[in-house]
Every structure is written in structure tokens, then in C-alpha cells.
Write a protein that binds this ligand. Structure first.
Ligand SMILES: [Zn+2]
Length: 329
């Protein structure tokens, strides 16, 4: 097991005000001379996350109703099962705004399903059916390496690490389907998977302490700002995540700035559940373009994916979880 100095330093400062009272697992922690507790957090493997993006892209565009979509679902299900998660497939019929429908699937992987304290992590696993922001081949589906693929890849890596280095915390990874098949005029034409899930929670009265949504978290030079809907419903979580990222040395990526709200799965989770699972969105918002120049174009392929960015996002999410597991987040 390789521990990174940054994680030790990050945790030290977080725990300095709350040492002495909590029971922690000896295997994951050790005391220092000054009485602080160091929590050892495994480092994500950038190559592993990158491979998970590549693998999804290799299926082709994951548009609901396509063969690639069905094959990718099977692969995701088997990966989470191999990582020891309890997997549930929530199937539903998606009616598209442009006509027609397809069978769709939310993929839910519960880690430590018996634990009552739970954190929800989510991403969307479908990719867009058109390249409407491109100049050519506008009517062809996109590969969605970043828009869809990157968030899913980071969450697969989280599942892999949690199996290898278990923690005392329930984690639900939810991959929503049919996020990206909407049109700009109709808000609820987006995020059909999360809208369905909110109306049909996979467990009666399901609750998580908070949720973290990852969308477009793997491109070169990504810039994550404090998105407005997240700040309205989950300001505490959002501020803590950005502070943690800064302590890990990632303030170039996690910029302390607010931005306009976006329609993404967290919007429906927050509004339709009246904030009972406060959920933030970590999403790329570059300075000079809405979501990156590659967004909803054919350039959203492996060439814009950066291992470093994937590693940054992965390390932030895992550090949140390992801290949370000892009550230090
Ligand atoms: Zn999209």
C-alpha cells in the first residue's frame, strides 16, 4: 500500500482540532508524537482511471437503445460486482423529447450496504445522441469520453480502492442513464435517469448524508468552480470539498469562485427531494467557454482526457470518503 505525503499532510491539518475522542481503526491510522492521528489514504491510480474511460469509449457512443449501451451496462455491472458491491439495476422506459423511447437502466452499486451512514456518489453513463455543438456530423452520436465517461471511470476506481482498503462507511455509487439526451429548450428533457430515480428510490426512504455528482471531470486543464445550484442546496459540502482540494494542493483545479447553476442530475435530486440529499456537482467550467470547447462535439474523445485531472478528481473524492469514515470531514 502506497501512501502519499499529501494525503497525510491534508489529514493531519483536518484532524488537529478533533483528536483524542474518536475510535479509529488501527490499520488505517497511527498516532504521531504530538497526539494527532494520521489517517492513511490510498492514492488513486491514474492509469487505472484512464483505462476505465478508454474501455467505455471503446464500446462506442452509449446512446440508450444501442448495442454499445447494452454492452457497456453489462461491463459496468460486472466490474462493480467484482469489486464486491451489491449491484441493483433499475430499469425504466425513457421517452425521448424527439420522439421514440428506449429501455434505460440506472446502475446502483452499494458498498457496505448494511451501514446506516451513507454517502452517495453519482455520474451519468450514457453519452449524447447528437453532436449538436459541432460543425460537422452534427446528427451523429458522440463518444463522450469526458461527458459521461470520466465521472464513471473515477467512480469505478473509488469502488476498486474501497474493496482493497475497506472503510467503515456506506457508499452508494449511482450511475444515471439518459442524462444527456435532452434539448436546450426543455429543462426536464435532460436527466431522465435521475428524475426516474427520485420518483422511485431504489430503497424505501433512502437517504444519504450528502451526494457528490461528477460530470466532465477528466479533461486537460479542467476548472471546477462552485456551481450555483450546488451552493444553494449543499453549501457546507461544497465548501468543505473545495477546502480539502486546496489543502491537497489542487487549487488550480478547484477554483474558489461561484458560477451560474447548470441543469445536471444534481438539479433534479436537490429540487425534487427538497434538499433532503444535498448534492453537489463537480463539473468543468472553463473561463472562456460554457463547458469546454469539446462539449457536445466529436472532440469529446480520448485526446482531451488527461490522467492528471482524473487523478485529482479521484483523490479528492477518496479523501472525502476516508475522512468521512472517521468523522473528520
Ligand atoms: Zn452532456
Amino acid at each position: 500500500m502506497k501512501y502519499l505525503l499529501w494525503s497525510l499532510i491534508g489529514i493531519l491539518s483536518l484532524l488537529s482540532s478533533c483528536t483524542g475522542e474518536k475510535k479509529v481503526d488501527d490499520k488505517k491510522t497511527k498516532d504521531t508524537k504530538d497526539g494527532n492521528i494520521i489517517l492513511e489514504i490510498p492514492n488513486v491510480v491514474e492509469d487505472s482511471i484512464y483505462h476505465f474511460v478508454e474501455k467505455q469509449v471503446a464500446f462506442g457512443p452509449r446512446v440508450p437503445g444501442s448495442k454499445a449501451h447494452a454492452a457497456c451496462a453489462k461491463w459496468l455491472e460486472s466490474k462493480f460486482k467484482n469489486y464486491g458491491a451489491k449491484v441493483m439495476l433499475q430499469k425504466f422506459k425513457a421517452d425521448f423529447h424527439f420522439g421514440g423511447s428506449a429501455e434505460a437502466t440506472n446502475i446502483i452499486a452499494a458498498i457496505n450496504p448494511e451501514k446506516s451512514k451513507r454517502i452517495m456518489l453519482c455520474a451519468h453513463w450514457d453519452s449524447r445522441y447528437v453532436a449538436d455543438k459541432d460543425k460537422t456530423r452534427k446528427d451523429e452520436a458522440i463518444l463522450g469520453a469526458d461527458d459521461g465517461g470520466s465521472g464513471v471511470a473515477v467512480l469505478l476506481e473509488v469502488a476498486r480502492l474501497l474493496q482493497k482498503y475497506p472503510i467503515d462507511l456506506g457508499v452508494d455509487i449511482i450511475l444515471f442513464d439518459v442524462e444527456d439526451q435532452g434539448n436546450e429548450k426543455t429543462t426536464n428533457s435532460w436527466c431522465l435517469g435521475s428524475q426516474y430515480w427520485v420518483k422511485n428510490l431504489h430503497q424505501n426512504n433512502y437517504r444519504a448524508k450528502y451526494g457528490i455528482l461528477l460530470d466532465m471531470v477528466g479533461s486537460k486543464g479542467a476548472r471546477f468552480v462552485k456551481e450555483n445550484t450546488s451552493m444553494a442546496f449543499a453549501p457546507t459540502t461544497m465548501n468543505k470539498v473545495w477546502t480539502l482540494a486546496r489543502e491537497l494542493g489542487y487549487s488550480n483545479y478547484f477554483v474558489d469562485e461561484e458560477s451560474e447553476g447548470v441543469i445536471d442530475d444534481h438539479y433534479f435530486i436537490n429540487t425534487m427531494l427538497s434538499g433532503s440529499i444535498p448534492t453537489i456537482d463537480i463539473i468543468n467550467r472553463p473561463k472562456n467557454s460554457r463547458f469546454g470547447t469539446y462539449w457536445h462535439t466529436h472532440n469529446d474523445n480520448m485526446s482531451i482526457i488527461d490522467k492528471k485531472t482524473l487523478g485529482v478528481t479521484g483523490n479528492v473524492v477518496t479523501t472525502v470518503l476516508y475522512n468521512e469514515s472517521v468523522g473528520a470531514f
